[in-house]
Design a protein around this ligand. Structure first.
Ligand code: C5P
Length: 313
């Protein structure tokens, strides 16, 4: 049986501006997103029968039709009318509930792989549209990195400039639920106006458009870029998961670098010109955190990763 495999990279939100809750419950946002070389591996193969099966090596993730990989396959199958037996395999390295987009990235990789396995020849923008039905962050994985996402995440604009450096990631043993963090953002913004819900460490940041324009000018200069990054969901996430607030405070005390949260958490990152060089210091800070935190270095990756390879069982 022939198998196709693809690396499925994580993302970090370098900026995340949440504008307003929409009538459909989603939030209008604007975010500069970059992919990093922390990757899961997704594999697909044809089965001899009509059954669908899924193997996932992380027991924290459902190994059935609730898995985003399965849901992506179902959407694609419904879209093009193909229904034949497949086996899906997910090898996880990206932690779940971390704001690193692992599930969405896995769904995007599955769409790419099945597009090839089923000889569909659908264009990336069609796959991205199908992916948006599975999760708001799926479409960005069909674009170059970095890119800007808008709407609920499905409107994606490529950014031509290159990002220098990379990140050290801090991965606390906390699962952050995206919907719970957005609900907390709603409560915070209803209570004290939009600004009250924003990141407490940057109360006076410039209006979103100016902030993003300034960030885009500094993409090649990690030292000057790092202090400009922000995440409007941070206060909501830290309020929802107090243990995360302790981790953030600890990292900010222990490290000389700006510490940012990605997505709705629970991962934090520091943008560095030399992430591998900064790793020992990051690991020392992680080792003294008030709960288990893993530190890893990662670099930014650029175009759509497309390294499918054929293998035989
Ligand atoms: O689209 P996705 O399933 O990844 O979103 C998970 C949850 O995050 C949604 O159910 C919603 O509560 C919240 N969300 C949001 N606004 C967005 C994206 C996600 O409120 N733009």
């Amino acid at each position: 049986m022939s198998t196709l495999s693809l690396e499925s990279p994580a993302k970090v939100n370098l900026t995340l501006c949440v504008a307003a809750r929409r009538a459909d419950g989603y939030h209008e946002l604007e975010s500069l997103v970059a992919r990093i070389n922390l990757c899961d591996t997704i594999s697909v193969s044809l089965r001899d029968d009509e059954h669908w099966t899924l193997a996932c090596d992380d027991p924290a993730i459902p190994g059935d039709e609730r898995n985003l990989v399965w849901r992506a396959a179902e959407r694609l199958s419904a879209h093009c009318g193909v229904r034949c037996g497949i086996h899906l395999a997910v090898k996880k390295r990206i932690p779940v509930g971390a704001g690193l987009g692992g599930g969405s990235s896995n769904a995007a990789a599955t769409l790419r792989l099945l597009n090839r396995l089923w000889h569909l020849e659908l264009a990336d923008d069609v796959l991205a549209r199908i992916g948006a039905e599975v999760g708001s962050d799926v479409p960005l994985f069909f674009h170059s990195s970095p890119c800007i996402i808008r709407g609920r995440g499905e409107i994606v604009e490529n950014v031509a400039a290159r990002l220098a450096g990379g990140v050290v990631l801090f991965l606390p043993e906390v699962y952050s639920q995206t919907s719970a963090v957005y609900a907390a953002w709603d409560r915070l913004s209803a209570g004290g106006g939009g600004e009250a819900a924003r990141q407490p460490t940057r109360p006076a940041r410039p209006p979103a458009l100016l902030a993003l324009a300034e960030v885009l000018r500094r993409l090649d200069d990690p030292d000057r870029l790092a202090p400009l990054l922000f995440n409007d969901l941070e206060a909501a996430a830290l309020g929802t998961y107090p243990a995360l607030a302790d981790v953030a405070a600890h990292l900010r005390r222990a490290l000389p670098w700006a510490v940012h949260m990605t997505g709705s958490g629970a991962a934090f990152f520091c943008l560095l010109a030399d992430p591998a060089g900064g790793l020992p210091r990051a690991q020392a800070a992680a080792a003294t955190a008030p709960l288990p935190v893993r530190a890893v270095a990662a670099s930014f990756t650029r175009g759509a990763e497309d390294r499918a390879r054929r293998q035989s069982f």
